[in-house]
Design a protein around this ligand. Structure first.
Ligand code: OGA
Ligand code: NI
Length: 333
């Protein structure tokens, strides 16, 4: 395991191995933190919500939700627990950075799991673990309230995700309850820590990608960094207090037979502030069958791919260095 970037960021200029090729760099241009990413008020009427969420998912693949019913103290305690986690002394985090391929275990890595083979490193550390109750015994023991707080937040995130999926089902004509069991069985947590960066114009926290899941529910604070690609332009996702950011995952795009659009997004760094984000990824069980939903396939909208197991897609995704389009290629019709 290579050293966490958070343990040395302060005493170095940007090492060569973090410099992205010119066409991928964020450059000097400050992307405006504009208001154009849709913000959806979940206390609106159901028919308005179905309409707005569908529109946002088709146009951006990403939107924010407010008045979602998740208690604000659960959100603030979760952020606070992750601040404390990332501030722990190295010896407290050491056991989590040991290499393991047991999927139930918790992993703390810098950049990606593929650090040793990747050409360019990402300016972040990330803690990942499944949220299933069977895995809680492997979660961090410190800070003291980690397990209690993160369990409460993951239950809320899943509830919120399922509520949004129901609205989307209604919007595109997929039967009620389609996503309720196998397709959202594995909730995975990723907590990203992006320390201040000596040269944000040359590197990235995460380069352009689709999330390889059904839906991602993201919690951030007042520090910006997340951007979404819209009509060839990068747009900043303005932090809003107590909002969640919702991303349409690539697998949901497949199931909707391209009626919904997965969001291509990236994370830029900044030179003054630590940024922490917490993502809850709603994933299908590894052996579940993914295919365009029968109810959205018609003669004029034929299926874009054959059925496949989610784990087959994930294997391709990781061997293609996180390129979702390439990972889907073998299944395309
Ligand atoms: C991710 C991701 C965004 C962020 O973890 O896949 O896109 O703001 N994170 O950290
Ligand atoms: Ni992402």
């Amino acid at each position: 395991m290579d050293k966490l970037v958070s343990s040395w960021y302060n005493d170095q200029s940007l090492p060569e191995s973090y410099i992205f090729p010119p066409h991928e760099r964020p450059g000097k241009l400050l992307v405006p933190r504009c208001n154009t990413v849709p913000v959806i008020d979940l206390s609106d009427t159901r028919s308005n919500l179905v309409h707005q969420i569908l529109k946002a998912s088709q146009e951006f693949g990403l939107f924010q939700v407010v008045n979602h019913g998740v208690p604000p103290n659960i959100m603030s305690e979760t952020m606070s627990v992750f601040h404390k986690f990332f501030e722990l002394p190295a010896e407290d985090k050491a056991s989590l950075t040991v290499y393991t391929n047991d999927p139930k275990r918790c992993k703390l890595v810098t950049s990606t799991l593929d650090y040793d083979r990747e050409k360019i490193h990402l300016w972040r550390d990330v803690l990942r673990h499944p949220c299933h109750p069977d895995c809680i015994e492997f979660w961090p023991r410190k800070p003291l309230r980690y397990r209690e707080v993160v369990a409460a937040c993951s239950i809320e995130a899943k509830k919120l995700g399922l509520q949004i999926l129901e609205l989307l089902c209604e919007g595109i004509g997929i039967e009620h309850g389609y996503f309720e069991h196998e397709l959202t069985e594995d909730l995975l947590l990723g907590a990203n820590h992006y320390p201040p960066c000596p040269d944000p114009s040359l590197t990235l926290g995460i380069p352009k990608h689709f999330d390889p899941d059904i839906l991602t529910i993201l919690l951030q604070e007042h520090i910006s960094g997340l951007q979404v690609l819209k009509d060839g332009e990068w747009i900043g996702v303005r932090p809003i207090p107590n909002a969640f950011v919702v991303n349409i995952g690539y697998i949901l795009q497949v199931i909707s037979n391209n009626k919904l659009k997965g969001a291509e997004h990236r994370v830029v760094t900044n030179s003054s502030d630590h940024r922490i984000s917490v993502v809850f990824c709603m994933n299908p069980a590894g052996n579940s069958n993914i295919e365009p939903a029968k109810s959205v396939v018609t003669a004029i909208n034929p299926p874009l791919c054959r059925g496949f197991q989610f784990k087959e897609f994930l294997d391709n995704f990781y061997s293609m260095e996180g390129d979702a389009d390439l990972a889907l290629q073998p299944f395309k019709l």
